[in-house]
Design a protein around this ligand. Structure first.
Ligand SMILES: [Fe+2]
Ligand SMILES: [Fe+2]
Length: 159
C-alpha cells in the first residue's frame, strides 16, 4: 500500500515540533539552564535543517513548477529566513554566554516565525501539494534525506 505523504502535513508537523522545542527552552532557561540549552540546540539545528530543506529542495521545485522566483512567494520566504536566522543567532549568542535574558530576542523570533510559518502553511505548502504527484513528493522527501548534516548542523550558522 502506498502511503500518500503530503508536503503540508510533513512541514506543518516540523513547525510544531520546533515550536515545542523552543517553548521547552523558554520554560526551563531560568530553572535548569543545561536542559534549556539542550532544547535550544535541538531547536537551532532543527530550524536550520528546516530552512535548508525548504531552500534547497522545496522552493526550487515550486519555482520550477510555477516559473515564479524573483518577487514571488519563495523570494519573500527566503528573505524572511535571513531575518529569522539573525534573531536565532542573537539568542544563540546569549545562550553561549549562559545568559537567560533573551526575552526580547525570543519574542522577535516568535513574531517572525509566527507570520512566516502561517504564510507557508496557508499558501506555499498547499500549492506545492496541488502541483505535484505523489511520486514527485517522494522525490522531495528523498532529496531532503540526502542533504548532508554539515549543511545545517552548524553551531554558528551561515544563515
Ligand atoms: Fe520557511
Ligand atoms: Fe517552514
Amino acid at each position: 500500500m502506498s502511503e500518500q505523504r503530503t508536503i503540508s502535513a510533513f512541514y506543518e508537523q516540523d513547525h510544531d515540533r520546533l515550536d515545542e522545542l523552543f517553548k521547552a527552552f523558554q520554560k526551563m532557561k531560568r530553572s535548569d539552564f543545561p536542559k534549556a540549552k539542550e532544547a535550544f540546540k535541538a531547536f537551532k539545528f532543527g530550524l536550520q535543517r528546516h530552512i535548508v530543506w525548504e531552500e534547497d529542495v522545496l522552493f526550487p521545485l515550486w519555482e520550477e513548477k510555477t516559473g515564479m522566483s524573483e518577487g514571488g512567494p519563495t523570494f519573500v520566504m527566503r528573505a524572511e529566513h535571513r531575518q529569522i536566522g539573525q534573531q536565532l543567532e542573537a539568542i544563540h549568542g546569549k545562550v553561549a554566554e549562559q545568559n537567560p535574558d533573551s526575552d526580547q530576542e525570543e519574542q522577535a523570533l516568535l513574531d517572525l516565525l509566527g507570520s512566516h510559518n502561517m504564510k507557508e502553511e496557508r499558501v506555499v505548502y498547499p500549492a506545492i501539494d496541488q502541483l505535484t504527484s505523489a511520486e514527485e513528493r517522494e522525490t522531495v522527501f528523498r532529496n531532503m534525506n540526502d542533504i548532508p548534516e554539515e549543511r545545517y548542523k552548524l553551531c554558528c550558522g551561515q544563515h
